[in-house]
Ligand binder design. Sequence first.
Ligand code: BGC
Length: 689
Amino acid sequence: MFRSTGPRLTVSLFPLLLPLFFMTALARAEVPLDPHIEALISRMTSEEKAGQLTILQDEFRNTPPGVNPEFKRRQISELLADVRAGKVGALFNGQGVTLGREAQRIAIEESRLKIPLLFGADVIHGFRTVFPIPLAEAASFEPELARRTARVAAIEATAAGIHWTFAPMVDIARDQRWGRVAEGAGEDVYLGKLFAAARVRGFQGDDLRAEDSLLATPKHFAAYGAVTGGMDYNTVEISQQTLREVHFPPFQAAFAAGALTAMSAFNDINGVPASGSYWLQTQVLRGEWNFRGFVVGDYTADLELIRHGYAANGSDAARIALAAGVDMSMHSGLYISELPKLVAAGELPMAVLDQAVRRVLYVKKALGLFENPYRSLDANREANQIGLPAHRDLAREAARKSVVLLRNERNLLPLDKAAHIALIGPLGDDRKNLFGPWTLFGLDENSVTLKQGLINAGVTRLSVEQGSEIETALEGGIEAAVAAAKNADVVVLALGEGERMSGEAQSRTSIEIPAPQQALAEAVAATGKPLVVLLSSGRALALKGALRDADAVVANWFLGGEAGNALADILLGTHSPSGRLPVSFPFESGQQPYFYNHRSTGRPVVPGETTEFKTQYREARNAALYSFGHGLTYTTFTYGEVTLSAPSLPWDGGLQVSARITNTGARDGEEVVQLYIRDRVASITRPVR
Ligand code: BGC
């Protein structure tokens, strides 16, 4: 009922309300007025303005396939004609300097107003050098590592003619069914904030105008990680409290670190699509947080307002999205087709268009593009700064630090390199699933498989059996694997999700390992040989049977191009593992959403008390098998007495906690010291940790 009257009301009142909206928006933080930009705006037609607010796929430089839903591909000549006519201001997901220069030349020599193009791309975890997926890197608990890998990604991407990355994804992910857990820093807000800021600093560097500075885009604003049932694109029902405590802070941290763009989310929030929400994209973002950049809508998110049932048609959708504060339209072409008509019909004040253009031009200017339109389009840099050995070294270090040792009974790990190792499983000698989701520009042939890594590290007695495909059985696979296991001293079982089982649109109902691989694990475990399980995944998993009970269990996510070498470093003990879980591994899939920092209930399970009539499922404890923060290593640490700088923590102040940590084991190691607090009595109940 509400929906059927809503849009009509909006349409009729809209022209009256908009100037009002606009005036309030102006009273909020905005980009500073710049005479050059103002002069440009005064000369622009509304088509040229809409062009600056449009980003299209870079067919000229050949966008990689399979990244986004199939959409009508444009002819190259058509695209270049649009550049010439000023009908497009930015291109995305292409790369390469020669063609990039040519497109830029057309924009600044052949278009009327000579406004430079902005080249964007999904540079999510590395460019040619592929680093671990963001979730894996978060397991390092070392934001500085993420800053360094983002810096190298920026150096390489800008050397290949890209100015702007659609990263970092800073969505908090508390439901492991959601496939995009892989792209963020996991379930914890504090860790999420630290990684968000570190990645922005890494991408952008100290000076946005520098050749190697890559403009960052925290995404997806907002609450995309809270989709109902963990199903991608689904609706979000959420309280203000949870939005502001959980989902907003990583964005705020990213903006505080200097991010000048944001991407609006696909999902709705309490009935209003995020990409059509004036409250979100203007009142919160600019009004409350003083954000001074521009917002790009996620891929066709403006057009999708129609299917949400929030806009009647394309014209309505474009008007709602722009007025909400979504300054740039990605790929739908709606702004270019609709905004000029809306302005001409008096349904959209020119001032609203101007303000969005002002923001986009401000960011182009901040990148130095007006003075130096060929920045980041240098053939010399392209030839000399991509895929360098130092970048690979960093990929190996990052991969090593991303590995989490979950279990290590009787210190089975590290392995003796002289042992006869049976390397079993679909991911033991596999190159296709090393990178993980959202790798657009990495080259497979540069990556190191686990088998190769072990050989590189000097393992000579190695038998390799695939045993199973990722999601289907392999004929005779189990028999061959069991035979190999029987002949070996120890089994390393490398299995898990394929790289296309997480990422966008890869939500799962069950977060277990696919059945054929589970069967392989059971058969191999039944040989009784010492068993090390290596788990690839883009999310937390629910481990069962042999996978849960193996002597050693390692979470290795998707580690990128140096995966094999890094895993060999850990398995053979050249380095001790130091990663910690950024997401909790539950007992059962059905516990989702499970996260460690939930609130208490009136009937929590308390040790020593009855468990009847308490907060838990019949089949599983209300706990994780491995909680957030868990991770083992090869040495031992003792903690000295904890001292506090003051007896109590003031509500608006700080407090220092210190303790002496000693490595009491026989090996070098790194310890991630973690401190959790709880506010035990509050007017709004607080998390248990
Ligand atoms: C994703 C974004 C991505 C965009 C461009 C969308 O489907 O949600 O994260 O940046 O595509 O590839």
